[in-house]
Structure formats: structure tokens, C-alpha cells
Design a protein around this ligand. Structure first.
Ligand SMILES: [Zn+2]
Length: 63
């Protein structure tokens, strides 16, 4: 009895077993693709957020 999940990157069925170190991904390639997308998106949002905070902080100090 094995649980099967879908790879978030390519939707391939992945058996949820200890031997599959890349679960829920089907392979290291899909794991890296998904992490790359997340990291890029997160970095972009964080950068904008930091810039906004810096601008607001400066305004508060001046006024
Ligand atoms: Zn995959």
C-alpha cells in the first residue's frame, strides 16, 4: 500500500516512499525547477518590499 502524489512541476504520479528523496517531486530536476521559480519570485517580492519600507521609513524620520 503506497501513497501516490502528483509532482507539482510536471504532474507525474510520484510514489510517496522513503527511497524517493525528491518527493513530492518526481525527480531532482523538477524539484530544482520548482524551487527556482519560488526563489526568484520570493526574491523579487522581498526586494520591492524592502525598498518600500526604506522609503516609508525615511519619510517618517523626516516628518
Ligand atoms: Zn516532475
Amino acid at each position: 500500500m503506497t501513497t501516490t502524489v502528483q509532482c507539482p512541476t510536471c504532474n507525474t504520479g510520484v510514489r510517496w516512499v522513503t527511497e524517493n528523496t525528491h518527493r513530492p517531486f518526481c525527480s531532482q530536476r523538477c524539484q530544482q525547477i520548482d524551487f527556482g521559480d519560488w526563489a526568484t519570485e520570493s526574491f523579487s517580492i522581498a526586494g520591492d518590499s524592502v525598498m518600500d519600507s526604506a522609503s516609508l521609513g525615511t519619510e517618517d524620520v523626516d516628518s
